[in-house]
Design a binder for this molecule. Structure first.
Ligand SMILES: Cc1cc2nc3c(=O)[nH]c(=O)nc-3n(C[C@H](O)[C@H](O)[C@H](O)COP(=O)(O)OP(=O)(O)OC[C@H]3O[C@@H](n4cnc5c(N)ncnc54)[C@H](O)[C@@H]3O)c2cc1C
Length: 400
């Protein structure tokens, strides 16, 4: 790519989750001068902002873990291993799917290191706040950071904000939620410390304790099965997803209500463990996460929308740039996920057009922003797949 004199970068990536990190590494590996902008003080996206402590989508479903995602995502796993995280495929006892368990502090440091090794410029505490465009191209973004506002120009841009914030600022008309405007539930995974490791976690005791809590508690749980839990590697803490909340809309008021409810519920739920579940007598809440886990927000227009049919039939295609292998995991009803397997050989190809903005030549999407109908979205949003769509978006953007 030859950069115009007025362009500060070849590629600017908005958002430092799995999609954004994949995009920045893909662009840098392809030789582009790359800037990654993230509004928090650390990278990782949902893994570090919302306690989403498992990479899904790296493997196909089945008896053995067959890899579906490699490339720059493997560089991230190598950095995590160097920090002592095993990153071995782990079969989730609740969903029987292959995942990679995470520890958030290792994720933050591993991502800092892998981006530095690839000479990606990173700006934390910086938000993409405005966009300058022509009819069919983006020219620059205005960044709002600790030192005020700055206009930065580039040849190409990647929206990896999860919420399509760059596309929205560019004036694109986005769909909220599914085709009917219904949003998937938000959830608040928490970390619980102080459990006695000599006492195995008794799911039935959790179920019984919450049966009682649900009769009088302020935040009745929608998961009568005790929720999804596992151990956070390197810490002995319990990771636990028990609180789900329906979202009416994307307003700040609705998110405020959800955040406040999640915090209050987390406090109650740990008390329920302490009082009713053996081994949790001294348990305490380690963290609710800097923010609640948002499964779904806006979908910007793409040149192609991956369909549920593509996934259910395991459609393979010549223009595929990434693989979707995580089962369709629908959270339309809070606390009651419904899973449907990927058909065919156990993966579906994601074509480049899902990553390309409709009507804008130099804007790509990465991670959960890519073009997908509501059924396909319930698969492609996971972080393993996000690394892969990010890498492809970055490589394409670097070509100019
Ligand atoms: C409760 C819950 C459980 C889940 N469980 C799993 C799981 O077990 N495994 C799995 O793989 N996936 C899981 N998912 C899905 C997954 O976490 C997300 O879909 C995934 O993180 C998407 O990656 P992303 O990079 O597209 O977006 P995100 O991870 O959301 O990252 C986007 C980043 O962009 C930043 N950003 C946003 N706007 C701006 C802006 N204007 N300027 C600068 N930065 C900005 C954000 O701060 C964030 O860091 C879960 C999701 C939820 C909510």
């Amino acid at each position: 790519m030859s950069r115009k004199p007025e362009a500060d970068y070849d590629v600017i990536v908005a958002g430092g989750g799995a999609g954004g990190v994949g995009a920045a590494l893909g662009a840098a590996q392809a030789g582009a001068k790359t800037l990654l902008v993230e509004k928090y003080g650390f990278l990782g996206g949902a893994a570090t902002t919302s306690n989403v402590l498992a990479y899904c989508g790296f493997f196909q479903q089945g008896e053995d873990p067959i890899k579906a995602v490699g490339g720059v995502a493997d560089l991230v796993l190598d950095e995590l291993r160097a920090l002592g995280l095993p990153c071995d495929p782990f079969k989730s006892p609740t969903t029987a799917n292959w995942i990679i368990l995470l520890e958030p502090e290792a994720v933050k440091l591993a991502l800092d290191r892998v981006l530095a090794r690839h000479n990606v410029d990173v700006l934390l505490h910086t938000r993409v706040a405005a966009v300058t465009r022509t009819a069919d191209r983006l020219e620059a973004v205005t960044l709002a950071g600790m030192d005020g506002r700055a206009r930065i120009a580039a040849e190409a841009f990647v929206d990896a904000t999860g919420d399509a914030n760059l596309a929205l600022l560019a004036g694109m008309t986005c769909r909220s939620g599914n085709e009917m405007g219904h949003l998937q539930a938000v959830s608040a995974p928490i970390r619980v410390g102080g459990r006695n490791p000599a006492v195995p976690i008794d799911r039935q005791a959790i179920i019984d304790a919450f049966k009682h809590y649900n009769t009088h508690g302020a935040w009745p749980v929608a998961r009568p099965d005790g929720g999804i839990y596992t151990e956070v590697p390197l810490t002995g803490e319990m990771w636990w997803m028990m609180f789900d909340h329906p979202m009416e809309d994307l307003s700040s008021r609705s998110f405020t209500r959800a955040e406040q409810a999640a915090r209050a519920a987390a406090h109650d739920y740990v008390q329920v463990l302490r009082q009713g579940v053996p081994g949790f007598e001294n348990a305490y809440l380690v963290q609710t996460g800097p923010q609640i886990g948002i499964r779904e927000s806006r979908h910007p227009p793409a040149r192609y929308e991956l369909t549920g049919e593509d996934l259910l039939t395991g459609r393979q295609r010549a223009d595929g740039v990434a693989r979707a292998a995580w089962p369709i995991e629908d959270h339309s009803v809070p606390g009651k996920p419904v899973y449907r397997p990927i058909g065919g050989a156990g993966f579906a190809d994601i074509p480049l057009d899902c990553l390309r903005a409709k009507g804008l030549e130099n804007l790509c999407y990465a991670g959960r922003v890519i073009g997908a109908d509501s059924t396909a979205y319930a698969s492609i949003r996971v972080m393993g797949t996000a690394f892969a769509t990010g890498e492809a978006a970055g490589r394409f953007s670097a070509k100019g």
